[in-house]
Design a binder for this molecule. Structure first.
Ligand code: CTP
Length: 477
């Protein structure tokens, strides 16, 4: 198969070919870029393998491209990188022996193109395209990668246990690609994952989470998670999620399997967001169900306060998975904590004060929370789902009306600590916090509007109950 036409869409390949000619080395496009080219997926990362020095080839190309092009050289790995427009190109010399894996010192020995292809993870990732004069554009496919692309199959080029021993992260990569591309994993390859699952323990959590996040972002993420479960990898990488699996039955009554429920929520949410962290909120929304599970003879199974305990579990899980501990984590925590609130509202008589509180607490994350909650309705009874969703529409409509009226979403109290201190001639003390809280509560309860004058009057009144009298009067606003 010749892919010259496809290469012609990228003028850069001609330039690389010229640099290789000048350096007198053979160069090939390899790996993910070739796979994606055949799958018609967009890819910005190009890997070039050359039989010789990748660094020298990159430097030669940079010279040819002009002074604006900067080459980053990673001597230890024998690789060099350069950017051209939105393309990122990595150059490496062909190798024998083990694939570079950050967890160990790389064993590098120069090799042929074939040696290099042998040491790659999957047949579909071992495809090469020649950039050399004699066969420019020719596809080099020693392991049936094109066949596997057609069959939508992940298969290792060599005996699976050998490929996985080189870098056990590849067990997760198999599942990640299956989930991302909607491929199957070839049975011998999958058997090897099951047999070698514990080897994942030598891989760093950062690399594992990178793959996990790609599973989370795929269009049907439950597929990847089910494969992780079936392969036996899940307990090693994500025991908290594993703990959601299973149903306990007491006195003939069982609860739902929260593992499959969680995956269903994640799948329901997927078409509505590409936000990784909102998807993480779906994964973690019921994470404390095992820890809060109780059986009550009258009420049946309960998971009292699982939203609160779940929120508190988020930082620990993020820390272990080496996910960021910044505002992304706080967003997930907040959504886990609030995930039942809109549902409760849609079941009960809706009071304005409950709505105001939700607006105040959710703030700018309200849309995300509503998306999560809609996804959380997973009843098997379509009538029930319909009823819940239409109640939800009602809640949403009321929230919008209330927000327009009261502007609570980015609630800024009209009475600040400074105003309280000035009015009652106070120095910083506990009573200021107490007053602030009382005023906020009154606004959220709808006793007073979120406006300066009525709030000031209310403050004076509440202050007098605490034995304070004003020394100044409301300022004109
Ligand atoms: N590779 C490998 N073993 C690994 C990682 C990578 O053999 N553990 C090889 C594969 O040939 C892969 C190439 O290096 O195609 C590039 O790796 P990477 O950039 O991680 O993945 P891509 O295949 O490009 O896919 P994506 O861009 O979706 O991550």
């Amino acid at each position: 198969m010749n892919l010259k036409d496809k290469l012609d869409a990228f003028p850069l390949f001609e330039r690389i070919a010229q640099a290789a000619r000048d350096e007198q080395v053979k160069a090939y496009v390899i790996g993910g870029f070739v796979r994606d080219l055949l799958l018609k997926r967009n890819s910005k990362d190009i890997d070039i393998v050359c039989v010789g020095s990748g660094i020298a080839l990159a430097n030669r190309l940079a010279l040819d491209l002009g002074p604006d092009v900067h080459v980053s050289v990673f001597k230890n790995f024998g690789t060099a990188q350069l950017k051209q427009g939105d393309l990122e190109v990595e150059f490496v010399g062909a190798r024998k022996e083990s694939y570079r894996s950050e967890s160990r010192k790389p064993i590098v020995e120069d090799g042929t193109l074939e040696d290099d292809q042998n040491r790659r993870d999957f047949t579909i990732n071992a495809l090469g395209i020649s950039l050399n004069d004699e066969d420019y554009g020719e596809l080099i496919d020693p392991f049936g990668g094109v066949r596997d692309l057609r069959m939508k199959m992940l298969r290792t080029p060599l005996e699976p246990s050998l490929t996985f021993s080189d870098d056990p992260l590849r067990m997760m990569r198999a599942i990640r690609f299956a989930s991302q591309l909607n491929f199957d994993i070839e049975p011998d390859t999958f058997d090897a994952i099951m047999a070698m699952k514990d080897r994942i323990e030598i891989v760093s959590m950062e690399r594992i989470s990178d793959e996990l996040n790609k599973i989370v972002l795929s269009s049907v993420p439950s597929y990847g998670f089910k494969l992780l479960y079936q392969a036996g990898l899940l307990p090693y990488i994500f025991p908290e999620l594993m703990a959601l699996h299973g149903v306990e039955i007491i006195e003939g009554r069982g609860h739902k399997d929260n593992f499959y429920h969680t995956l269903q929520v994640l799948d329901n949410l997927a078409p509505h967001t590409d936000d990784l962290w909102l998807r993480w909120a779906a994964i973690l929304h019921d994470i404390a169900k095992p820890a809060t599970k109780r059986f009550d003879k009258r009420a049946g199974w309960t998971f009292h306060n699982h939203e609160e305990l779940g929120a508190r579990m988020v930082p620990g899980i993020f820390r272990r998975l080496k996910l960021p501990l910044n505002e992304k984590m706080r967003f997930v925590k907040k959504l886990v904590r609030l995930h039942l609130r809109p549902i409760v509202l849609s079941k009960e008589e809706i009071t304005d004060s409950a709505m105001r509180r939700l607006l105040f607490e959710a703030g700018d994350d309200l849309e995300s929370l509503m998306k999560l909650c809609r996804a959380d309705i997973t009843s098997k009874n379509p009538e029930k789902v319909k009823r819940y969703l239409s109640n939800f529409d009602l809640v949403e409509k009321k929230l919008i009306e209330l927000e327009e009226k009261d502007k609570l979403r980015n609630f800024q109290p009209v009475i600040t600590g400074e105003i309280i201190m000035e009015t009652f001639a106070l120095t910083p003390s506990k009573v200021i916090g107490v007053l602030k809280e009382t005023i906020r509560e009154a606004i959220l309860e709808g006793i007073i509007p979120n406006e300066y004058e009525p709030a000031f009057a209310f403050m004076v009144e509440e202050g007098s109950k605490l034995g304070l009298s004003p020394v100044t009067f409301p300022k004109e606003k």
